[in-house]
Design a binder for this molecule. Structure first.
Ligand code: XLS
Ligand code: NI
Ligand code: NI
Length: 458
């Protein structure tokens, strides 16, 4: 194949997705499964292009490292980059092949960002020197690929949950040896993120939680967690990381209970430990639903606390109680999410990372493209509709009017703290029995459908 960068392939690299070129935008009437129907990167919606609003990222772990294994059987996909490398097989040679495949995919799909864990990108090793050397080698290659393709790193992170040493947690492990070992990976992953110009650094607390409260000193573990995050923050700032640190809440799985339960829990934790200026939240749809919330609820809680930093875009399955990490296709979800994002003025420097995996039964290379195209189209349509709702529909006026009683007079005095309880009671005497004001939920719901179904674009 050619050395052309337009399809993300490096000189001499083999083509991993033959027969698939750069995914074009063809519009809503196209029947081409390998074309965007709504995501038109350069189209302006309000003050930004779709690409600037949505800041899509592809994740390395589900898309290039996970061949479909589940607790009942091994992977179903034979990834060519996992096969013995013809030019001399080694874990590093396979990691290099995977990097080629990943950059080919990113470029053909036309996303601006990607995300990885340290050991998605580079082979893991128990020997600390070897681990650090592997990562540094792969980071240097990734940097070349980024320069050649214009791809950028949305965030890096360390996998502190797969290796058996982390079975009782990483920074919250009761064993100090493990806490120290976790620092090896976090330092290396922060260094990698800085070297690659990453705009954020994520902590998903994989096994930071407990399986059994009887053997757990929760208070102590949470104090260690805050210590560890503070050290990571201080180190990151000392080596020039200026982006956001992000905590990704999840209530359970793999642990029975995880400390970063949901937005509200993490916001309180960050504020309590003086971390809220440097840390924000990375909200994953399926984690919000696992916590018993809706996706937009947890986004709104984060946003209201000034802490919505980024999004892991996926969806759960209402029949299953676990993190199915499906690609987002539900337009109500994407409209709801984009309403929160637009109201707070955007996600930057965060983005929409597809922390999602194709189904175990989806075994064609093409399925990976179809999954991302569907997710990107669903969010593009969500963006269009949310923008139109905010710009053209009565939504904001209706919502504001519900609270109009607090805009002036005694209502305002109440809101600004100028009334005491007896004074508030006196208002009741003056005002008499309150009239019933309908919440008009049906009108709001109909409005969403009206804008979703409206033909054409706003
Ligand atoms: C797992 C998490 C994980 C993080 C990154 O449930 O979503 O993939 O996003 O460690
Ligand atoms: Ni998840
Ligand atoms: Ni995630």
């Amino acid at each position: 194949m050619s050395s052309s960068n337009s399809t993300g392939m490096f000189k001499g690299a083999r083509e991993y997705f033959p027969g698939i070129g750069r995914i074009p935008f063809e519009g809503p009437s196209s029947d081409n499964p390998l074309a965007f129907k709504h995501y038109d990167a350069d189209r302006r919606i309000g003050d930004k292009t779709m690409a600037e609003h949505l800041r899509f990222a592809v994740c390395y772990w589900h898309s290039f490292c996970n061949a479909g294994h589940d607790p009942f059987g091994p992977g179903t996909r034979a990834y060519p980059w996992d096969a013995p490398a013809p030019s001399g097989d080694s874990p590093l040679a396979r990691a290099e092949a995977k990097l080629d495949a990943a950059f080919e995919f990113f470029t053909k799909l036309g996303v601006p960002y990607y995300c990885f864990h340290d050991i998605d990108l580079a082979p893991d090793a128990d020997d600390i020197g070897e681990y650090e050397k592997n990562l540094a080698h792969m980071v240097a290659l990734a940097k070349q690929r980024q320069q050649a393709t214009g791809m950028k790193l949305l965030w890096g992170t360390a996998n502190l949950f797969s290796h058996p040493r982390y079975m009782n947690g990483a920074s919250t492990n009761p064993d100090f040896d493990v806490v120290a070992r976790a620092a090896v990976q976090v330092k290396a992953a922060i260094d990698a993120t800085v070297e690659l110009g990453g705009e954020n650094y994520v902590f998903w607390g994989g096994r930071e939680g407990y399986a059994c409260l009887l053997n757990t000193d929760m208070k102590r573990e949470l104090e260690h967690f805050a210590r560890f995050l503070t050290m990571a923050r201080d180190y990151g700032r000392s080596v020039g990381f200026t982006g956001n640190f992000l905590i990704e809440p999840k209530p359970m799985e793999p642990m029975k209970h995880q400390y970063d339960f949901d937005s509200a829990t993490v916001a309180g934790f960050l504020q309590r430990h003086g971390l809220a200026d440097d840390f924000k939240l990375n909200i994953e749809a399926n984690h919000a639903t696992l916590a018993g919330h809706s996706f937009d609820h947890d986004l709104q809680v984060a946003s209201d606390a000034g802490l919505l930093g980024s999004i892991d875009a996926n969806r759960g399955n209402p029949q299953n109680g676990w993190d199915t990490d499906q690609f987002p296709t539900d337009l109500y979800d994407t409209v709801g999410a984009m309403l929160v994002v637009l109201r707070q003025g955007g996600l930057q420097p965060g983005g929409l990372n597809f922390d999602a995996k194709v189904r175990r039964e989806s075994t064609d290379a093409e399925d990976l493209f179809l999954a991302h195209i569907g997710g990107m189209d669903a969010f593009a349509r969500g963006l269009e509709v949310a923008h139109a709702l905010l710009a053209d529909s009565p939504l904001e006026t209706w919502r504001r009017e519900r609270y109009a009683g607090f805009d002036n007079g005694a209502g305002r005095a109440f809101a600004t703290g100028e009334l005491d309880l007896p004074g508030l009671r006196a208002q009741a005497l003056e005002r008499g029995e309150p009239a019933r004001r309908s919440g008009r939920q049906e009108a709001y719901e109909n409005l969403i459908n009206q804008y979703l179904l409206r033909a054409g674009n706003s």
